[in-house]
Design a protein around this ligand. Structure first.
Ligand code: SAH
Length: 345
């Protein structure tokens, strides 16, 4: 199987090219075609001699994303893609337009092992990891299709990024490389359901990215009901890891909290959450749970969300009720892929 050329760092590419008997400056040129100019074939590399292009095509390939379905929200212009991968698997990405530019939400795995009961990505389980190059391709394919430069990234699509740690780190390294897309690390958020040892590992890297933690509950009893990962790493262990992350990086953690009617949205839950988070440099994002066809959770009312946020604020925890984008196109991740699996077309 050829190597995915989009997964290689400049150092790795240089070593490959020199081993093939070509000068190192060719690697720089090729890298620029791949990571800066975002080509998707060797033929587009017009300053590379034909003999080298032929050798490249024997050793490497572009394992890119093909657009299978594209949905555009009539409400806010949010674009959702269902991409087909080289092996016929599907992943989703969503591009959102903000005042500050374009932001893409990428998937890090095909399917997911984590089994959160409210999440459409869990349906059907885990299929495989995405390579760094495939995640790069999610960004490039969307950029090319929309004709825009995407300057913010959230790793909040299907999959658990910390369960694909090495490929995700490589993806971030490539995307932030100044000789490639030069995306600012400050413009990258990574969301995790709470794989505690990997949060420590990430903290030790001291990257400037924003860590989002999907908390969704004020105590272990509620969290373990909907997030099996909590049986492995409980809230105390998770919050200690978050504290370590903050100490190492000086960055405020963002906690995601999907509000589910009658399950985690009471006044008592808000007070308990606030006392748990006291002393942590953090922000809570309240999101109304998205109805997933296969599950029977209901969204909390807007009044309930606001009241929950008020209680957090009164107890010294900053919180926002998050605006939902793309609600008419089922923009939350996993939903399109799940419907594809269902119809089997
Ligand atoms: N595995 C990572 C990345 C997925 S990010 C994580 O768990 O953080 C996707 C975010 O959407 C997570 O916060 C996830 O908990 C949340 N989510 C999943 N299903 C949802 C739903 N039906 N409604 C609202 N949020 C949901």
């Amino acid at each position: 199987m050829p190597k995915d050329i989009r997964s290689l760092t400049i150092e790795e590419l240089t070593s490959e090219i020199t081993q093939m008997g070509f000068p190192a400056f060719r690697a720089k040129q090729i890298y620029s075609w791949v990571q800066e100019k975002c080509v998707s074939s060797f033929d587009e590399m017009t300053n590379i001699p034909a003999s080298l292009r032929t050798s490249l095509s024997e050793k490497f390939s572009f394992f890119g994303c093909k657009i299978n379905t594209k949905l555009v929200s009539k409400i806010d212009g949010t674009v959702k893609y269902l991409f087909e991968l080289y092996d016929g698997e599907y992943v989703e990405s969503v591009v959102m337009k903000y005042k500050y530019g374009y932001s893409i939400c990428v998937s890090s795995q095909v399917g997911c092992k984590m089994g959160c009961t409210f999440c459409a990505s869990a349906i059907g389980g885990f299929v495989r990891q995405l390579s760094a190059g495939e995640m790069i391709s999610e960004v490039f394919t969307a950029q090319k299709d929309l004709g825009v430069k995407i300057n913010h990234l959230v790793l909040m699509g299907t999959g658990e990024p910390l369960d694909n740690f090495d490929n995700v780190m490589r993806f971030i390294e490539l995307l932030t490389d100044e000789k490639g897309q030069n995306m600012s690390i400050r413009h990258i958020s990574l969301s995790t359901c709470g794989i505690v040892p990997k949060i420590y590992e990430l903290a030790d890297k001291k990257l400037g990215l924003t860590l989002s933690v999907s908390l969704h509950a004020p105590n272990d009893e509620i969290r373990s009901q909907s997030m099996p990962v909590n049986l492995r790493y409980n809230i105390d262990e998770l919050l200690s890891a978050c504290q370590y992350y903050e100490n190492k990086t000086g960055r405020r953690i963002s906690f995601e909290y999907a509000m589910i009617k009658g399950l985690n949205d009471s006044d008592g839950a808000a007070t308990e959450l606030a006392s748990r988070l006291k002393g942590t440099l953090c922000h809570v994002n309240l999101i109304p749970v998205n109805n997933v066809r296969e599950r029977n959770y209901e969204k909390s009312t807007l009044d309930r969300q606001k009241r929950f946020a008020d209680i957090l604020e009164k107890n010294g925890i900053t919180a926002t009720v998050r605006r939902t984008l793309g609600s008419d196109i089922n923009a939350s991740c996993g939903q399109l892929r799940a419907s594809k699996r269902k119809t089997g077309d």
